[in-house]
Design a protein around this ligand. Sequence first.
Ligand code: SF4
Length: 61
Amino acid sequence: MKYVVNEGCIGCGLCEGTCPAVFSMTDSGVAAAIPDDVPDGELENAETAKNGCPVGAIEEA
Ligand code: SF4
């Protein structure tokens, strides 16, 4: 399972706070997901981050 952050991201930082193993803020002020599969044990956190994004900017890749 992989995730991507689309252009709708408003840079609120919530996903990074929920699942920093997968999501991080970039120098551009928006979030990005790691390009690799979600690490073992992080899928639930990553899914929580996806569902918690206020603008629905996180998608399954
Ligand atoms: Fe962007 Fe959504 Fe993450 Fe907020 S939760 S930084 S809007 S991807």
